[in-house]
Design a protein around this ligand. Structure first.
Ligand SMILES: NC(=O)c1ccc[n+]([C@@H]2O[C@H](COP(=O)([O-])OP(=O)(O)OC[C@H]3O[C@@H](n4cnc5c(N)ncnc54)[C@H](O)[C@@H]3O)[C@@H](O)[C@H]2O)c1
Length: 349
C-alpha cells in the first residue's frame, strides 16, 4: 500500500460497526467521517472509532478532497443513490450487499453505474475474504470430495430485534439478502453454473411491516453438472437459529461449522469436517478464521485501486449472484421453477 486512505462510513448500524472496528486503527487508514440518519449513532461511532467528523447527511462529507473510499452500509434501497453520488464525486466504493432492494430495474441501473464508473466498486461479499471458506473452496476445487453432487445450506436467524429485521425486510426477503452470499458460494466453490432456480416462501412472523415479503424461504437449484443445491433462509422469532453448510461429492463430504456454533472445542476456531468415501475416514480440521474479515475485504478494494485488477468477487460474479437471487425470489412468489438459460451481460446491455 502506497498511501494512507481517507475513509467515510455511511450507515452506523450492525454491519457498519463490523467494518469500522476492523479498520479504524490500521496505519493505512484514516477515518475522515461517519454518517448516519440518527445523529446519536454517528456521534457515538465518531467518539468510539476516532472519526474526525460526523454528520446525518452524507452529501458534503463525500465531496471532501481527503476522502478516497466510501463504505456504504445502509439499507439496500439507499445503495444505488449513494453509489451514484460517490462515483460522481470521484470516490471508490465498498458497497454492502445486496446491491439494491429486490427490484430488477434498480439492479439494472446499479449495473450500468458500476460499468461506467471511473472509480473502483467492490461489493461486500465478505465470505470471499473468510479463511475457512477459502480453504474449503480450495479443497473442493482440488477434488477433495470428487464431483460435487449436492449442497445443503441453511441460515435461519432466531430474531430478537424485529425492528432491525423489519427494516431489512422492507427491501429484500432473506433468500435474497443472505441468499446472494450463498449463491455466490455455490458458484465460487464449484465453478459450476446454476441452471435453474425454484422457490418457496412463507411469512412466519409479521414484524412491523406491511410489505408481505417472505421472512422465510427456500431456493432449490440445479447445477450445470446435474447436481443439486438448496438454500434455506429465515428471519423470525419463531424460528430456531440454524447454520448448516455442507458440500457433498461422489468421493466424500465437507461440512463447515463456524467457531460460534461449535458444541465443543470452540477455542480451536472453525471446524471443517471432511469425510472420505474411499477409506470411510473422518478428518477434523480446526481453522482459526475471522468470520467477517472486513480489513481483508477493504485491502482487496485498495489492491483494485492500486493495480486496476478485478475484485474478489469480480463485479460480474457479485451481480450474477444477485440476479439469481432475484429470479429465485420471483420463483418463490410464483411457486415455480425458472430456467436460467440466458447471459446476464447481454440481458443488461
Ligand atoms: N455482509 C454481511 O454479512 C451483512 C450482515 C448484515 C447486514 N448486511 C447488509 O448491510 C446493510 C445494512 O444492514 P444492517 O444490518 O447494518 O442494518 P442496521 O439497521 O443495523 O444499520 C443501518 C444503518 O444505516 C443508517 N442509514 C439508513 N439510511 C441511511 C442514509 N441514507 N444515510 C445515512 N445512514 C443511513 C440507519 O440509520 C442505520 O443506523 C444491508 O444492506 C444488509 O443487507 C450485510
Amino acid at each position: 500500500m502506497s498511501k494512507t486512505y481517507g475513509v467515510v462510513l455511511i450507515g452506523c448500524g450492525h454491519i457498519g460497526e463490523a467494518h469500522i472496528e476492523d479498520i479504524y486503527y490500521r496505519d493505512e487508514i484514516r477515518i475522515v467521517g461517519v454518517v448516519d440518519l440518527y445523529e446519536e449513532n454517528a456521534k457515538l461511532f465518531a467518539r468510539k472509532y476516532g472519526a474526525e467528523h460526523y454528520a446525518t447527511d452524507y452529501h458534503e462529507m463525500i465531496q471532501r478532497d481527503d476522502v478516497d473510499i466510501v463504505i456504504i452500509a445502509t439499507y439496500a434501497r439507499t445503495h444505488l443513490e449513494i453509489l451514484k453520488d460517490c462515483v460522481a464525486a470521484g470516490k471508490h466504493v465498498l458497497c454492502e450487499k445486496p446491491m439494491t432492494q429486490a427490484d430488477m430495474a434498480a439492479a439494472k441501473e446499479f449495473y450500468h453505474v458500476v460499468k461506467a464508473a471511473k472509480t473502483k466498486v467492490l461489493i461486500a461479499h465478505v465470505l470471499r475474504h473468510n479463511d475457512t471458506y477459502t480453504k474449503v473452496k480450495n479443497m473442493i476445487r482440488d477434488g477433495a470430495i470428487g464431483e460435487v453432487r449436492f449442497i445443503r445450506m441453511v441460515q435461519n436467524h432466531h430474531i430478537m430485534n424485529p425492528k432491525r429485521y423489519g427494516a431489512l425486510l422492507e427491501d429484500c426477503p432473506p433468500i435474497v439478502d443472505c441468499g446472494v452470499h450463498y449463491i455466490d458460494v455455490i458458484r465460487w466453490f464449484t465453478g459450476l453454473e446454476i441452471t435453474s432456480v425454484g422457490g418457496l416462501g412463507t411469512t412466519i412472523d409479521h414484524h412491523d411491516t406491511e410489505t408481505g415479503e417472505f421472512d422465510h424461504g427456500i431456493l432449490t437449484m440445479k447445477l450445470s453438472n446435474g447436481g443439486s443445491a438448496y438454500y434455506e433462509a429465515g428471519w423470525a422469532n419463531n424460528l430456531a437459529a440454524q447454520n448448516l453448510k455442507e458440500f457433498i461429492g461422489d468421493q466424500g463430504r465437507i461440512r463447515i461449522t463456524l467457531q460460534e456454533n461449535r458444541a465443543q472445542d470452540a477455542e480451536e476456531g472453525d471446524l471443517i469436517e471432511y469425510y472420505t468415501h474411499g477409506n470411510a475416514t473422518y478428518t477434523t480440521i480446526n481453522n482459526k478464521s475471522k468470520y467477517k474479515n472486513m480489513w481483508g475485504q477493504l485491502q482487496t478494494l485498495i489492491e483494485m485501486i492500486e493495480t486496476g485488477e478485478e475484485g474478489n468477487p469480480s463485479f460480474d460474479e457479485a451481480f450474477e449472484a444477485f440476479m439469481i437471487a432475484l429470479v429465485g425470489n420471483e420463483a418463490a412468489k410464483q411457486n415455480k421453477v425458472i430456467e436460467l438459460n440466458y447471459k446476464w451481460e447481454e440481458e443488461f446491455k
